[in-house]
Design a protein around this ligand. Structure first.
Ligand SMILES: *Cc1c(COP(=O)(O)O)cnc(C)c1O
Length: 499
């Protein structure tokens, strides 16, 4: 299998090249040249395997330049109880009759990004070896919270890599800040920036393309790669858990093999739901893909009208990981829906960069409406949903997951569709304790961050993830706060190439 770029269909690179490069030089995203098939017999076979072997089975179809042993090495290291708090890795929990929560947050940082970022470092280092890339890989991340921590945990002490994360000094939650500033590992760095997330992102982009830095890195045998969801190595792991969840439901008799299910995903960058789309087109029996947004509802509007328009107010919500106005993975979907029309993609995304807007063709609108449903809700509805499902089902969910539940309830009321449904649950409720507690108690609490966690425990009675509980007594390792103008010299220092 080869990978092409969404902006150049004639490109042919191996998966190892696509993963090490992260993004194509033409600005497009890497996509496989075809979607491999998975049959019901194969899904039945997967039922008998553990998560690591199920994932390996799916990855083999895409990483055809990897040996079976290399893939198994990656999955065994990533998906073990060393890193995840549950044997099943991705836990399924029935919320009510025929509706299942796919809990993707039992990894080290308590958000679903661990599902991909625990394995990406193994994909990357294996890929680098495979193409004889004799360089140390530097991962540079700008984060608004979840990605930075998940990338740090994934890359910590991985030989041949080094990671540096920038976060906005006042732009992350106290818990997220503690998670990052206490990070362990000998190859990790964390630095706060006086500014907002955009300043971090712009600074990181400038460093990626700085000719002086590039030359020095070359001299010292270093290269950059990306841990963002533009990297195919982050999208692929997410396809596996939808197939695995279906195999588990079939195994336990909740569904008959071949029955269709709906999949609901709380969406930001469109990575997680795109993975569900790939799973469906491999052959997983899926009825509707339901895309859930908070009030930054650019995707709801797009799916319902075919017009993507980012010229709108940006809202800060209680589901911050979905506060996004540019969903980069949509480019991959549109590439597929236009029959791989790279010229059309270049035109639309050029227009997005220039005018902040594009409108797709009638044909694409039609396919979108056949595959996807979309909806959104605001913070008060999100919190009301947390309270409602706690009262009804004694289940505590985080704010992002609650958006998905609410949008699903609306969908069901509107359509009467009673197909069995998998809802992607993307974060532990403890990671967003303040909002969850406010939802449960109907008022803001003045407890400190750790006491809020203890208070949520009194309601949910599910164990507090060990990694969050341990934060309280961890030593702070990183306290540096710098100005935008200091980023470049800081980076050179950190990589040891200053002189
Ligand atoms: C990143 C994130 C999302 C959004 O996922 P996308 O793949 O960007 O659509 C949703 N929920 C949580 C908790 C996240 O961290």
């Amino acid at each position: 299998m080869y990978y092409k770029s969404t902006r150049d269909s004639s490109l042919r690179v191996s998966s190892a090249e696509a993963i090490t490069q992260g993004i194509s030089a033409d600005g497009g995203l890497f996509v496989p040249d075809s979607i491999p098939e998975i049959t019901l017999d194969e899904i039945k076979y997967l039922s008998g395997l553990n998560y690591s072997c199920r994932a390996a089975y799916v990855f083999k179809k895409y990483l055809t330049d990897f040996t079976d042993a290399e893939i198994q090495y990656c999955t065994d290291n990533a998906y073990s109880t060393k890193n995840f708090e549950t044997e099943s890795i991705a836990e399924l929990s029935e919320l009510f009759d025929g509706t299942y929560m796919l809990e993707l947050w039992h990894g080290p940082t308590c958000a679903f990004k661990d599902m991909a970022l625990q394995i990406l470092p193994y994909f990357l280092t294996t890929s680098a070896k495979k193409i004889n890339l004799d360089k140390k890989i530097i991962i540079l991340v700008a984060t608004s919270g979840d990605t930075g921590k998940a990338a740090l945990e994934g890359f910590k002490d991985v030989p041949g890599t080094q990671i540096l994360v920038f976060y906005p000094e006042d732009g992350v939650s106290p818990m997220q800040k503690r998670q990052m500033t206490t990070q362990e590992g000998s190859n990790v760095g964390v630095c706060a920036l006086k500014g907002n997330f955009d300043d971090c992102q712009n600074g990181v982009k400038a460093i990626f393309t700085d000719p002086e830095i590039k030359e020095k890195m070359n001299e010292h045998g270093l290269m950059f790669s990306s841990a963002n969801s533009i990297n195919w190595g982050r999208l692929l792991p997410q396809i596996a858990y939808y197939i695995s969840a279906y195999a588990s439901l079939a195994e336990s008799g909740e569904i008959a093999l071949g029955d269709k299910v709906n999949i609901v995903v709380p969406t930001g960058n469109f990575g997680n739901i795109l993975a569900a789309y790939y799973a469906k087109h491999m052959g997983l029996p899926v009825n509707r893909l339901i895309c859930a947004s908070n009030v930054n509802k650019v995707l709801t509007d797009f799916i319902n009208t075919g017009v993507y328009d980012r010229n709108r107010e940006f809202f800060t919500t209680c589901s911050p990981s979905m506060d996004i106005l540019i969903s980069s993975n949509l480019e991959r979907l549109l590439y597929l829906l236009t029959g791989e029309d790279d010229k059309q993609i270049k035109e639309w995304f050029g227009s997005l960069a220039k005018e902040g807007r594009y409108e797709v063709t009638e044909n694409v609108k039609k396919i979108l409406s056949e595959e996807f449903s979309a909806g959104f809700c605001d913070d008060s509805q999100t919190k009301a949903t947390i309270k409602e499902i706690f009262d009804k089902y004694s289940y505590t969910c985080d704010t992002h997951t609650a958006v998905a539940v609410k949008v699903y309830e609306d969908y069901k009321a509107r359509t009467g569709d009673d197909t069995k449904t998998i809802i992607a649950s993307t974060a532990s409720p403890y990671k967003f304790s303040a909002s969850v507690l406010e939802a449960l108690e109907g008022k803001t609490s003045d407890l400190d961050e750790y006491d809020k966690v203890d208070k949520v425990l009194e309601y949910s009675r599910i164990p507090v993830p060990a990694s969050l509980a341990a934060l309280k007594n961890k030593e702070q390792r990183f306290s540096k706060v710098i100005d935008k103008s200091e980023m470049k010299s800081f980076v050179l220092q950190d990589f040891g190439i200053a002189e």
